[in-house]
Design a protein around this ligand. Structure first.
Ligand code: RET
Length: 262
């Protein structure tokens, strides 16, 4: 892609994310009222998550616009347009602060809807909130290193790998929780739990791949600028699926539980 196309594509996805977070906030707030007291908390958490993300996407979008300003300056100076150079203006911290707040909430939301016994529920939430914090904090340290190839002498690779350890621990624990809960559920809810499991791995799995893209761009025939653009697009699509998308599934489970005694 040429730099301007890549810039506009990322711009479009970030803009879509603002719309998705805002619209789903309205939906979750409206929908929670129809649920019984005991089923509301998970949907309240979804609303909280997308509101936090709405705010951060406004900031993320603003920050990306500065990349566009840099591209204009490059054009005005008669320089070739290079997205990887212009992207120095983009502040990735907004994403990490967003994840730091939203991932623990998403974890809690899932565990709550599993309706496990109180002791297991509390252990799973506490342990995975800690893992989530460590996954994101170590990933953030990795992002601060200059992007180069994937080799073990590079801080970005090392911290990314440490972050992945916590990622695997979280998924293992959540899958274990789902397995412990699924047998006790009605057929309808069992079906949604199975979908939820796939959605969890398919969306959360995008984050480490997106993180890797700029470093492996050269190996898979992408320019450095394209690698960065695809990373941003990957994170953005994953956020739309992992927040509003996943929230809808949680809402569906809460609605089904509302109609049954379980
Ligand atoms: C990082 C660094 C590289 C290694 C791994 C990562 C995982 C990030 C994940 C983020 C999930 C975010 C969600 C946000 C939704 O609100 C930090 C990119 C494994 C899994 C679900």
């Amino acid at each position: 892609m040429d730099a301007l196309t890549a810039y506009k594509l990322v711009y479009g996805f970030m803009s879509l994310a603002i719309a998705a977070m805002g619209a789903s906030f309205f939906f979750f707030v409206s929908a929670r009222g129809a649920l019984k007291e005991g089923n509301r908390m998970a949907v309240t958490l979804s609303a909280t998550v997308v509101l936090i993300a709405f705010y951060h996407y406004v900031r993320i979008f603003d920050s990306w616009v500065e990349v566009g300003t840099n591209l204009k300056l490059m054009a005005a100076a008669g320089m070739p347009l290079a997205l990887d150079k212009a992207a120095g203006a983009f502040n990735e911290s907004y994403r990490y602060v967003d994840w730091l707040l939203t991932v623990p909430l998403l974890v809690a939301e899932l565990v709550l809807v599993l309706k496990l016994d109180k002791k297991l529920e509390s252990t799973l939430i506490k342990r995975n909130v800690l893992y989530a914090f460590l996954m994101i904090a170590t990933g953030y340290i990795g992002e601060t290193f200059t992007i180069s190839t994937v080799d073990l002498s590079n801080g970005r690779t090392i911290w990314g790998a440490i972050s992945t350890v916590f990622f695997v621990l979280i998924l293992r624990d959540l899958f274990g929780g789902i397995d412990a809960s699924i047998k006790k559920q009605s057929k309808d809810i069992q079906g949604i739990f199975k979908i939820l499991r796939v959605v969890l791995i398919a969306t959360w799995g995008v984050y480490p791949i997106a993180y890797l893209l700029p470093a492996i761009a050269g190996n898979i025939g992408l320019s450095a600028g394209d690698g960065l653009a695809y990373k941003q697009i990957g994170y953005t699509i994953a956020d739309i699926l992992a927040k509003p998308g996943y929230g809808l599934l949680i809402w569906k489970i809460a609605t089904l539980k509302n109609g049954s005694s379980k």
